[in-house]
Design a binder for this molecule. Sequence first.
Ligand SMILES: [Zn+2]
Length: 246
Amino acid sequence: MIYLNSLNRTFVSSKLDDVSLSSGFTTKDAGDGRNIETILSNLRINQIIFKKLVVAEQIHSANVEYYESHDNQIVEVVPETDGVVTSEKGVVIAVRTADCIPILYADKSSGIIAISHNGWRGTLKKISARIVDEMTGHGAKREEIVAVIGPGVGLCCYDVDEERYYTFMEEFESDLGAFTMRGGRRHLNLAKMNYEILKLAGIKTEHIDFFPFCTSCDKDKFYSYRRDHKKHPEKFGEMFSYIVRN
Ligand SMILES: [Zn+2]
């Protein structure tokens, strides 16, 4: 279950409740995550002990990188990647989103954690399955991996053109139950699509947590690219999501 921690106004998953981990999906209350200083100050306010913040550059790819630190810089951007895997303690891995889906992953037994930014392009290229492969390649057990799908644009607000629908159909040979027709337009449920990809990658359904809200509908809690980027650029920002081994 994903719930709002009222102390720090951050969403957390009960499936990641563990003294060995800290994690969360922020709301607008945390400020604009495009600014690295915002992320650093939030981590400090929440008393998370860390030695480094590592963020993915995010280029809407399915590129995944296994991260090991090799210097003492406090902030590092991993270039040309949308997913980061690590087992190093004290390394906060983070992504920024506003409608795209952030996913957190952890195998508590091996201590391998990961994060990904899943827009439609990364989802089409199955970045979440690539993360699972990268984790198991470094010793995680597939049957132990927990995946938590964070806040993104809902089916309600994500209409797409026919071409995109057929692109997914070609890739998956099924719409995986993630497309619905509404008002004569196809609507994509990006979270559901990622849920199905995780299941196909061998993640147990009881190990997948799911976020029930839509970033575009809930103006008070979330930034939304679709809602604000063009029409209200002054209101636009990005939430951030993070996970770290303590
Ligand atoms: Zn919506």
